[in-house]
Write a new protein. Structure first.
Length: 131
């Protein structure tokens, strides 16, 4: 019964302790959205320079540092798997559209193979021992 409650998609927001400067919140956000870590850190620091945002950024950072779990080691088996799950989370329509296109291409190849195997040419080649 436990398998029904487990998430199949491992792509979620974690604190990235391997690439952390403080608690790994900015590195985790950058990894989740596929952004540059330095860019996310720079935006965070720039927001802290404006007085209305300073308290919000600091409180949000502390809350996220407490609430977000650390990224487990070996979360993805390959880089391709990581990119796939990031795409599913960020743009599911694009990922499933690409999969649909791939299956359509495979179906067309299979239809061409079936047409060749059932053709007279294939039958003659087989009888002559060419295949």
């Amino acid at each position: 019964m436990k398998q029904f409650y487990e998430r199949q998609n491992p792509h979620r927001l974690f604190r990235d302790r391997e690439n952390a400067m403080l608690a790994g919140v900015c590195a985790g956000i950058a990894e989740y959205f596929g952004l540059n870590r330095k860019g996310v850190r720079l935006v965070t620091v720039l927001l802290m320079l404006f007085p209305p945002f300073f308290a919000f950024v600091v409180i949000s950072y502390v809350i996220l540092a407490i609430v977000l779990p650390s990224k487990p080691a070996g979360l993805y088996e390959t880089q391709e798997q990581e990119e796939f799950w990031r795409g599913v989370s960020n743009a599911p329509g694009d990922v499933f559209g690409a999969l649909s296109h791939r299956f359509r291409e495979l179906n067309m190849r299979l239809e061409r193979m079936e047409a060749f195997v059932t053709s007279k040419e294939f039958e003659m080649d087989r009888e002559l021992g060419r295949r």
